[in-house]
Design a protein around this ligand. Sequence first.
Ligand SMILES: Cc1ncc(COP(=O)(O)O)c(C=O)c1O
Length: 363
Amino acid sequence: MTLAVPPHILAIPPYVPGKPIEELERERGITGSVKLASNENPLGPSPRALAALAASLETLHRYPDSTGYRLTRKIARRLGLAPEQVVLGNGSDEILALLARAFLQPGDEVLLPAPAFAIYEIEARASGAVPVPVPLRDFRTDLEAMAGRVGARTRIVFLNSPHNPTGHRIGREALAGFLARLPAEVIAVVDEAYIEFVRDPGEADPRPLLEGPRPVVVLRTFSKAYGLAGLRVGYGLMPAGLAAVLHRVRPPFNVNRAAQVAAEAALDDEAFLAESRRVVHEGIDFLREGLERLGLFCLPSEANFLMFALPGEARPVYEGLLARGVIVRPLASYGYPRHLRVSVGRPEENRRFLDALRAVLGR
Ligand SMILES: Cc1ncc(COP(=O)(O)O)c(C=O)c1O
């Protein structure tokens, strides 16, 4: 079969997900492995979400509410925004796809930090746009360099805070200063998938970013702090006019019924959110201490993962950990062949990772 695949599609780098536990165990004939590779919630799903989900199963023959009426209102109320400012997605990934579909045309430029979450580049290329990577400086988003790269063809600027994989957060003040410098027609997307883990709650208020007249989209997700990655539900916060454009290209039933019900219950599960934050904060401190005791340098992280440096190539260490049933994330595809990223797990998983790493490094 010969298919004429458009060159901009062939230019898309394939997304490399974290290795699933099932795959590792199938390949090696082992059991009891731990996955610390995809920044998932170590506690599992919110119990209130699970209960709501179970109670809702009998209505699965019905299509979901296309407008996500209850969930958008609940999110908006929590954040002090209008419901018209909330767009739900099949994961926050989908909001990125909707933005690209609605706003990018072939030849448009999209600025992104390099490295960054791979979907920014994938969605830009899928629309025929040109990704313009702006290298991090000292493992931090270089806002000055990004502002300097904005040109007449720039349509979207992607920022990620806290940043995956470095864990670095851009302070609200620096962010506001950067946004104020953007031309009025450039859309700024601030991906805050990990914002619930930031220790200063004042830094999680999206309103200062959305108050101005400019087109800013703040991305949030239920995949991390709320433990619902498998259900796929996230959202974008933005001016109502921009949301109305996204609704034009949004598949009508993009967020399934189970996801809407579970997300609504998860938002009410404040005890679970508090426990997730506590486990992640303690886990980050424990992992950092353990890694430093092994003589390894860790980047400061405000998310639920840590990026750390190895003395040489990270690949053999990654493989050695796999052989011991521990999955972490290699960062060669992010341009860091000597680093690994580890997600915070439960305390026993964190200990298992450190023990395995110590063995692999022969320390
Ligand atoms: C920076 C960043 N943005 C977005 C996402 C995707 O989140 P979702 O599960 O809501 O699509 C991730 C997931 O790993 C991420 O790291």
